[in-house]
Design a binder for this molecule. Structure first.
Ligand code: SIN
Ligand code: FE2
Length: 221
């Protein structure tokens, strides 16, 4: 059971570099992004200069604790009217910055490694977590293209990823996502409930107290 050892917190530790299978069509690739991590962070910073991070308001009126921006054909917006993908930055009307080559190469590599043919490259969301920031359990179901997997890249401070099932009440497992880890979920796992536990106060040489997550999707068919 290498890769499935439980520590006292119930967090499953990963064996170095071996993919961890979360379910059918869902994997963690430990350290896959490590060789490019600095370049990815530089590219994310360049995007944030053109499309600044903001805390979206949920339809229920709550300010999200995660700060978000985006690149690609589609970014993400949320306000009192609901959640939706947008072609332009709502604050300025400008297009989202393009997906950088460094992001695209990694997304293609991860997609292939997970056994999928089509890489999700219409939308790259960038999530910024600070100590205490969390992402409650949800499904990614605002995309038409649920036949294309999601690729998610973790950078900086490690987080606890919550991985459930296809219904909200399914049992949930916890996995540590460290700097350079890549998660892919598609096929029968595409609509699995997932989330991120509140980020612990810690520091990482590349990002200080923050965790940066890059998440790639195909939005339209
Ligand atoms: C997401 O669920 O969209 C992001 C997950 C993460 O930050 O790891
Ligand atoms: Fe998600």
């Amino acid at each position: 059971m290498t890769g499935d050892l439980f520590d006292h917190l119930g967090v499953q530790e990963k064996a170095a570099e071996e993919p961890v299978r979360l379910g059918e069509g869902a994997f963690i690739f430990p350290g896959m992004a490590l060789p490019q991590a600095e370049a990815l962070l530089d590219a994310a910073r360049a995007i944030a200069r053109k499309a600044p991070f903001r805390h979206l308001i949920t339809p229920g009126g709550h300010r999200m604790s995660v700060a978000m921006t985006a690149c690609g054909d589609w970014g993400w917006n949320s306000d009192r009217k609901g959640y939706r993908y947008t072609r332009t930055q709502p604050e300025t009307g400008e297009a989202w910055p393009p997906i950088p080559d460094s992001f695209e190469r990694l997304v293609r590599q991860a997609t292939m490694a997970a056994g999928f043919s089509e890489a999700p490259l219409q939308s790259g969301l960038i999530n910024l977590y600070r100590p205490g920031t969390r992402l409650s359990l949800h499904q990614d179901r605002d995309e038409e293209a649920t036949d294309v997997p999601i690729v998610s890249v973790s950078l900086g401070v490690a987080a606890t990823f919550l991985w459930g099932g296809l219904t909200r009440k399914d049992p949930m497992r916890r996995f540590r996502l460290s700097h350079g880890d890549v998660v892919v979920w598609g096929g029968p796992s595409r609509l699995v409930f997932h989330g991120v536990a509140p980020l612990a106060r810690s520091t990482h040489p590349a990002t200080g107290e923050c965790r940066v997550n890059l998440t790639f999707r195909r939005v339209t068919r």
